[in-house]
Design a protein around this ligand. Sequence first.
Ligand code: TNX
Length: 461
Amino acid sequence: NICLKNDKNMANEAYRLVISKNGIEIIASNNAGWFYGVQSLFQLIPATDKTTGIMGSIQVPGVTISDEPRFAWRAFMLDEGRYYKGMAQVKLLLDEMARLKMNVFHWHLVDNEGWRIEIKKYPLLTEIGSKRKSSQIGPLKWESPMQSGEPHEGFYTQKEIKEIIKYAEERHITIVPEIEMPGHSTAAIAAYPWLGTEKKRKDVPTRFGVSDDVYDVSDPRCLQFFTDVLDEIVDLFPSKVIHIGGDEVKYNDWKKSASIQAYMKDNNLATPADLQIFFTNYISHYLQSKGRRMMGWNEILGHNLHEYQSEIDTKTNQQLAKGSIIHFWKGDADLAVQAAGRGYEIVNSHHTKTYLDYSYDDLTLSRAYAFDPIPEGLAPKYHEKVIGMGCQMWGEWIPTVGNMHFMVFPRIAAFAEVGWTMKENKDLGRFKINLKKLEKFWEQKGIYYAPESFVEKNENK
Ligand code: TNX
């Protein structure tokens, strides 16, 4: 018999699993803790026989496990802006996250190449913005001249979104939606050309890579658009945190726009980075007024990260709104150290260590496992500013479900430990042994993970 017990003094998500001759006890202070206790119990049960599915009577070892997470934010991100994967795959990923005790599903729903969430007030976002004629494909990736020659489309209705949110809630996973602004905006501009600075009709792109398109944040209709969209987002998603992207904005179109230039003058903004932060603060305050918190990629602090940006354009004396969460993905650890020192909370998703679109020789399994979300050089008194980590499945080069599974599994298991396990308890050898059992579960669910032989070959390259 299994008995759930309450101990108010235990930390959020912590549990104690006690298996003895007298039965099984799971002690926790809340549902999340009991849930994770059950996940651990499942891990102690031998995988079912694949051919019959019958377990018969099973034996579990007598143990006591006291466990709690190192970080409160343990995220997996799926980019469906590039390729829509659909509800069944999202649910499968949520199941696997729960098994691995990950608790944030960061859902990248909007990008240049697709708008994937129904917004009732702006139906063309999905009618036009969720469809493209063809997609760049091929082994050359960003430089590839090759096209699929086949259309791609897909989006989630609000009804489907609600179903997925409920599914995630049952697994103690918060869904953090990401609605990109002011860059990564071509699909939206294709739907409503007045959203862009050029006010020109354009197609949803068939190639990937950073776009020149940027929203016209000097246009009151455009600001109205954002607050309308965010109203619907906030109504749908219970998450306290809403992600607004903010990465990879090319400033050329802002520099060319007379309306933007006049707006900058009126508001005393000297550089494009000043404008981006000014705009981001407007959004942040709007979200705050609705009881939510804004999160964005680290460019929202004005970081100069890209070869297409100049030192002058990214100079800023604007202060990013307090309470914004910095999603650190690029740049020196020093930038993260500064952000924490200025009081911002950070989620560490540094691209060299957490990007699941990177090949297995660039980001080997052991490298993924070794990732420490606390940036080097961060004084201990600021460690608590790092609320956690994320790993990101960017979508450009995973047109199929199989492509995606191969990149996600097994590295997601390494990242789950990065988020959960205390540094001193990590052990790559032990992790790899346990992986074999996880792979049995994955096989049963039809997950096409990268096999050990392939993963190991890349370790040793
Ligand atoms: C950079 S990470 C991006 C994404 C791409 C990714 C590909 C980030 C905030 N922006 O738009 O998909 O690189 O690795």
